[in-house]
Write a protein that binds this ligand. Sequence first.
Ligand SMILES: [Zn+2]
Length: 128
Amino acid sequence: MTSWSCSFCGQQGSAETRLAGGLGAMICTDCLSYYTSAVEAAEDGEQLVTPGWDRLTDAEMLGTLPKIAADAAQVDRFLRQWVSLIRERRISYAEIGKALGVSRQAAWERFSRVVDVQDDDDARSGTA
Ligand SMILES: [Zn+2]
């Protein structure tokens, strides 16, 4: 089973590192505490998009790349889980494609193999 990780620092969730989140993005209690304080201390209208990233060394920037890639994979895993929930409601790939701004065929090709494992009729024909 793949565990979730903090989308802010990359720390894996565990009994000691609890996570909260939704829509594929997760946050650990350390980051939640840090960002709560930072947001409360921010000036009106100030956005906290890059917390000191401009001060990282080149090695630190490169070391962050795998964390970002892992987060993208986590969001993609959540997207597949979400589409699976939608498919359990018998909502068609035409509707899923419309919501994502792609064709029914594109939605089916992207998700049917990983989502519809027990939905043989739809998976074979691609007609749902
Ligand atoms: Zn974190």
